[in-house]
Design a protein around this ligand. Structure first.
Ligand SMILES: Cc1ncc(COP(=O)(O)O)c(C=O)c1O
Length: 466
């Protein structure tokens, strides 16, 4: 069976049909969607009187929690001042302020000359980085360099450029003929190591796969055409919060430098404090040339993404006589920037980045009893980006068949218990491997963490009756 032909199964009896009055084109026509009418803290309330604990922060977006009135007020104030000004003609103080704040918190190579390109989301940020890297090398007179190398089982966005660099087989499959093949190296995934080795005896073979690829010894010779390497420092949607071992990110950065290619850290999911630091690469002191972010930057109050460009790359554009041939009408939207500034104010006022590690410890402690379940393979992650992988056989780590849709079954059962989780599939080989992702708001309380754990225990009992 081809990955894209895996049927999307519905396990929640209340989710078997689409209400025929909906005018929306849904994500899945075989499912009906509760109608969200209100959000407060870590909770979402629906039109039918139910409430759900938002344990995945709506796909790792809602960092500060739902319903914070200060954010709406800041957006309204901006809208009444100037709602929109197009970036080919104007800059705005609100976007300038946000860019300066992000750069001040970014790694050292973004200080003194770094720049920020705002987009409306993560996929646009990836597209921008792909084109920015290309133009950087054109300006350097290296027109042969265009390939952005990435990893298997990665996800960098939905648009065709972003899908080209994404390594997730299932998401790529329907569009395969439309995607370029620039090259994917091995993922960094210790629980299912692609080299069947164990850290530290592996000597980071997965990082050295980039060296092999760039040296032209791999399946495809990319030595002269490679322009950049893109990676998620902690892999979210496709590997269920897989954290690299110590030394991986630094080795990757070193290989990129030696081969003269740029390093892009895709922190759309991991950025803005989700792992406890502003950017996950800061856990390892790595300095990428470009950092992408999105999702939590405006905590869901407005659509926003950002491309942080290090000083060395930005200065090359400053020196170039050409303009960057790229742009989106809504980039640097003032209301989105106002929302993000207000979110950063709120994070600072409530010291929320520091809270991530204590909330993470509480959530991990609450989840710990689940680890002994015969079908829970691993609980992993960093900060408040956690994943639980479900396996058919705990000893061999063998996955379930994709057609069993175990992650989706567990998500649906947890939702019946009032807890929202984010299922993902394909971590083992692009098709097999089931996890759920947990990425709650940073304000999650120990009591709410206990609720997540008990709902998941009930969900597991329902899906795997003894
Ligand atoms: C790592 C990563 N990059 C890019 C994207 C795409 O972002 P968006 O959905 O905002 O376009 C995502 C979305 O899940 C992501 O997780």
């Amino acid at each position: 069976m081809r990955p894209w032909s895996v049927p999307r199964l519905c396990y929640n009896p209340s989710e078997t049909s689409m209400p025929n009055h909906s005018a929306l084109f849904p994500r899945d026509f075989h499912k009906s969607f509760p109608v969200a009418v209100r959000g407060q803290g870590s909770w979402i309330f629906t039109s039918d009187g139910r409430k759900f604990l938002d344990a995945h922060g709506q796909a790792a977006v809602v960092n500060i929690g739902h319903g914070v009135p200060e954010i709406g007020r800041a957006m309204a104030a901006q809208a009444s001042q100037i709602a929109f000004a197009q970036t080919s003609q104007f800059h705005t103080p609100v976007a300038e302020k946000l860019a300066a704040r992000l750069l001040a918190l970014a790694p050292p190579n973004f200080q003194n000359g770094g720049r920020v390109y705002f987009t409306s989301g993560g996929s646009e940020a990836t597209e921008t980085a792909i084109k920015l890297v290309r133009q950087y090398y054109l300006d350097k007179g290296l027109s042969e360099r265009y390939r952005i190398i990435s990893r298997r089982q990665s996800y960098h966005g939905s648009t065709l450029g972003a899908m080209t660099v994404s390594g997730n087989l299932m998401r790529r499959a329907p569009y395969q003929p439309m995607l370029a093949e620039w090259g994917h190296i091995a993922p960094c995934f210790c629980y299912h190591c692609p080299f069947e080795r164990t850290f530290p005896d592996c000597h980071l073979a997965c990082a050295d796969d980039l060296e092999t690829f760039l040296s032209g010894n791999g399946a495809s010779c990319a030595a002269n055409t490679a322009a950049a390497f893109i990676f998620e420092p902690v892999v979210g949607a496709t590997l269920g919060a897989a954290v690299p071992p110590e030394g991986y990110a630094a080795r990757i950065a070193d290989i990129c430098r030696r081969h003269g290619i740029l390093l892009i850290a895709d922190e759309v999911m991991t950025g803005i404090g989700r792992t406890g630091k502003l950017f996950a690469v800061q856990h390892w002191g790595v300095e990428p040339d470009i950092i992408l972010t999105g999702k939590g930057i405006a905590s869901g109050y407005a659509p926003l993404g950002a491309v942080l460009v290090a000083a060395n790359v930005a200065e090359a554009f400053e020196r170039s006589p050409r303009v960057f041939q790229h742009g989106f009408t809504y980039q640097s939207h003032p209301i989105s920037a106002a929302a993000a500034n207000a979110v950063l104010d709120y994070i600072e006022a409530h010291n929320l980045f520091a809270r991530v590690s204590t909330a993470s410890e509480a959530l991990r402690a609450a989840l710990a009893p689940l680890a002994s379940h015969p079908h829970v393979g691993e609980i992993r992650g960093l900060g408040l980006l956690l994943g639980i992988e479900f396996v058919r056989d705990k000893l061999t780590r063998a996955p379930f068949e994709p057609s069993q849709a175990m992650g989706e079954k567990i998500r649906a059962a947890a939702m019946e218990e009032g807890v929202l989780t984010y299922p993902t599939q394909g971590c083992v080989d692009g098709a097999r491997g089931d996890e759920i992702l947990l990425a709650p708001p940073f304000i999650i309380t120990p009591e709410e963490s206990a609720l997540i754990s008990s709902a998941l225990a009930s969900a597991l009992a329902k899906v795997f009756p003894s």
